[in-house]
Design a binder for this molecule. Structure first.
Ligand SMILES: *Cc1c(COP(=O)(O)O)cnc(C)c1O
Length: 403
């Protein structure tokens, strides 16, 4: 996933990696014929931007999320920017969001000239804490931008109640959460606008960048549709300056094929999560490794399977897993309020302690749908070895300090 620069994303793990963090090849192999035919069809048509493939996908995504409208765009980042622009959020406005997310969650706010105001997350689900949101609301607050992190929805009932009370809009960053549910409703229809990403490592990933915005608001939908094509209302009549953020027909064609398989892939991810639970319990890893919890009334779609490692052991465990050639990564190693580009807002270390602590303890393990049970067994036994060696190193270090 993209906590690293896109060029370093590990699509293709070394062949000797017994369990890569993510491997997109088996998924492609399983649907190769369908995908190749769709791609061929777009090439034959030579219609590459927007068009019928994109409008079909828009309808399919709207149906999948149960939203009235869906608007394709060039990326998840652009989806967020288009939503903010269409809601007239700009200079002087404050948008409350989480400091524990992928960078784009906060950068989109900065990009429209508004101010990202952070509210800390809850340790049990890693999502934004509604109490912290309430405490951060000022007369300049215009929007709340919760993230459904790793594929589990934020506490949307409380968040929407706050929004209604203070006359705010809610923009869902659902980039990691297509198909996730809260109280039986899908991510993307829980707020005013939902923003999705089709980056290849997301649960519904294209053959490049892509994004989608969902909403039930007709006027907002129309404005976002216009903003993605330079604000063109038709016949080169520009009511406002927009962006060039269109979805490619090739992406839409591939995504339509993949959407048909999304629920079975989600079941695969959920089955893998269940295996982790069973196997970690057998290995007595509870003290060292805290598995992610699914909160009540949620459908977790596990874009990532992030565990918390016992205090002080995370980096040693990571190193050991890497030596054993077991895929692992840290999402996210630095909370957003501590990013140099946001320093001018005056955020300080210590201000969002839960996010800061999570960035030191969190670790992602392989969860992609095509993993076999034997591979999850390998990860868990590797994890067991990693924990033992990390504890030995720690004991040695502590012993040295005491001496
Ligand atoms: C991936 C992601 C984005 C950005 O999506 P892109 O398509 O890469 O621009 C935004 N927010 C979150 C939480 C993400 O995971």
């Amino acid at each position: 996933m993209n906590s690293q620069a896109p060029s370093t994303i590990p699509f293709h793990q070394p062949a000797d990696n017994p369990v890569p963090l993510i491997d997109l090849k088996p998924q492609y192999q399983s649907i190769k014929q369908e995908v190749d035919e769709a791609v061929q069809r777009v090439f034959e048509s030579q219609g590459f931007v927007l068009g019928e493939d994109v409008s079909n996908l828009e309808q399919e995504i709207a149906h999948y999320c149960d939203s009235r409208y869906a608007i394709g765009c060039a990326s998840g980042t652009d989806a967020l920017i288009l939503a903010l622009k269409a809601l007239d959020i700009g200079p002087g406005d404050e948008v409350i969001t989480t400091p524990f997310s992928f960078f784009a969650t906060a950068s989109c706010i900065e990009r429209v000239g508004a101010i990202p105001v952070f509210a800390d997350v809850k340790p049990e689900c890693f999502n934004i804490d509604p109490d912290a949101i309430a405490a951060a609301i000022t007369p300049r607050t215009r929007a709340i931008l919760p993230v459904h992190l790793y594929g589990q929805c934020a506490e949307m009932d409380t968040i929407c109640r706050l929004a209604v009370k203070h006359d705010l809009v809610v923009i869902e960053d659902a980039a990691q959460a297509i198909g996730a549910e809260f109280q039986g409703r899908r991510a993307g229809v829980l707020g005013t606008v939902g923003c999705f990403s089709f980056f290849p490592t997301k649960n519904l990933g294209g053959a490049g960048d892509g994004g989608m915005i969902t909403t039930d608001d007709a006027q907002l939908a129309e404005r976002m549709r216009r903003l993605r094509v330079h604000g063109d209302a038709g016949r080169y009549e520009h009511l406002e300056v927009g962006m060039n953020s269109r979805l490619d027909a090739l992406q839409a064609a591939v995504l339509s094929v993949k959407l048909r398989h999304l629920d079975s892939w989600t079941q695969g991810r959920q089955r893998n999560a269940g295996w982790y639970e069973e196997l970690c319990e057998n290995e007595n890893l509870e003290d060292a490794i805290q598995l992610p919890q699914t909160l009540p009334a949620r459908r977790h779609v596990y874009n990532q399977f992030c565990v918390r490692v016992q205090e002080g052991l995370r980096d040693a465990v990571l190193n050991s897993l890497r030596e054993q050639k077991i895929g692992c990564a840290v999402y996210y190693p630095k909370p957003l309020h501590l990013q140099p580009c946001f320093a001018h807002h005056g955020y300080k270390k210590g201000q969002f302690p839960v996010s800061e602590k999570l960035s030191e303890d969190i670790m992602a393990l392989p969860i992609f749908a095509e993993l076999e049970r034997s591979q999850i067994e390998q990860v868990v036994s590797g994890l067991s070895r990693a924990v033992r060696s990390a504890r030995e190193q720690n004991a040695w270090k502590t012993g040295r300090k005491a001496a």
